[in-house]
Design a protein around this ligand. Structure first.
Ligand code: A2P
Length: 268
C-alpha cells in the first residue's frame, strides 16, 4: 500500500528541504535531467552546487549536484548521470513528477562569476554532466554583463549525450528576455570522442593543436582578456588546468579571484 503522508513526513530528516519533482527527461541510458520545486528561502549563485538526496530505506543518501538552473528561476534543475548500481543514482533515475527529493540547505562552489577577475571572454570547459553548472551560468544575465563573449565547450563520448546542451541553446534562443540579453555573445562548441561527428576529439587535444581556436575563429588564450571555468572528470580537470596555466592564467577561488576556476566537488 502507498505510504500515508504522515509516514513519509516522519522519514524526512530534520533541517533539509523536501521538494517535489515537477519534470523528468531521459536523454540516454546514462543521462537524465529533472526539475523540482524551489524552497522560497533557498538562495544560491549561478554555478554553485547543493547536496541532493533521497531516502533509501530509512537512511538519506546525498551527492553533490550542480544546480543547472539559473539563480532567477523559480524551479531547480539538475542534470544527472545514471550509474546502474550507484548508491544514489540507481534510485534517483527512477523518480517521477510528484516524488520527493531532499536537498541540504547550504549551496556552495567555485564556478561562480565572483571567483573570476574581470575579463572579456569567458570559456566554460565541460565534459559529460560537467555541463550542469554552465547550464545555470549561460542562462544568467549577469554572465553577459561581465563578459562580451561566452564560449561553452562540451565534449562527450557520443552524439546523443550532447542533446541537453543543444536543448539549452535552443531554449535561450527562444526565451522572451534571455534571447535579447544573450544576443550573439554565446558560442556553443560541442565535440565527440567515440563516434563520427563533424567536431571530434578531446577539448584538451583541440586546444593543443589549435583546432578549437581555428573552428571558433579566436586567438589562442591571452591572460589579459580570457577567463576560464572547468568542470569534468578529475583527469579532464587536471589536463585542462595545465593548459590554462601554460598560457599564463592563474587559478582563483571565492577568497581570491583569479583567471580561471575549477570545481572539484564531483571528483571521486
Ligand atoms: P574519451 O572518450 O577520449 O575518454 P567520461 O564519460 O569518461 O567522463 O568522458 C567524457 C568525455 O571526456 C569523453 O569525451 C572523454 O574522452 C573526455 N575525457 C576523458 N578524459 C579526459 C581528459 N583527461 N582530458 C580531456 N577530455 C577527457
Amino acid at each position: 500500500a502507498p505510504a500515508k503522508t504522515e509516514d513519509f513526513v516522519a522519514t524526512v530528516p530534520a533541517g533539509v528541504f523536501a521538494e517535489t519533482v515537477t519534470s523528468v527527461q531521459h536523454y540516454t541510458d546514462r543521462l537524465f535531467r529533472f526539475r523540482m520545486t524551489r524552497p522560497e528561502s533557498f538562495r544560491f549563485r549561478s554555478g554553485e552546487f547543493a547536496m541532493i538526496g533521497l531516502m533509501v530505506g530509512d537512511k538519506p543518501i546525498y551527492r553533490a549536484y550542480s544546480i543547472a538552473s539559473p539563480a532567477w528561476d523559480d524551479e531547480l534543475e539538475f542534470f544527472s548521470i545514471k550509474v546502474p548500481d550507484g548508491p544514489l543514482t540507481s534510485h534517483l533515475q527512477q523518480i517521477k513528477p510528484g516524488d520527493t527529493v531532499l536537498m541540504r540547505k547550504k549551496p556552495t562552489g567555485t564556478l561562480v562569476l565572483d571567483a573570476l577577475t574581470p575579463g572579456k571572454r569567458l570559456y566554460m570547459f565541460s565534459t559529460g554532466t560537467g555541463i550542469a553548472p554552465f547550464a545555470s551560468l549561460i542562462r544568467d544575465p549577469e554572465t553577459y554583463e561581465k563578459f562580451d563573449e561566452v564560449i561553452l565547450t562540451h565534449t562527450c563520448r557520443e552524439v546523443a549525450e550532447l542533446k541537453y546542451g543543444f536543448d539549452l541553446i535552443d531554449e535561450i534562443r527562444n526565451h522572451e528576455f534571455l534571447s535579447e540579453i544573450v544576443g550573439g555573445k554565446l558560442r556553443h562548441y560541442a565535440t565527440v570522442t567515440r563516434e563520427d561527428y563533424p567536431f571530434q576529439g578531446r577539448i584538451t587535444d583541440l586546444i593543443v593543436d589549435g583546432k578549437m581556436f581555428e573552428d571558433l575563429g579566436l586567438p589562442r588564450f591571452d591572460p589579459a582578456v580570457d577567463r576560464g571555468m572547468i568542470c569534468g572528470s578529475s583527469a579532464m580537470l587536471k589536463d585542462t588546468k595545465a593548459l590554462l596555466e601554460q598560457a599564463g592564467l592563474v587559478e582563483g577561488s571565492n577568497a581570491k579571484p583569479g583567471e580561471f576556476v575549477i570545481e572539484r566537488a564531483f571528483v571521486d
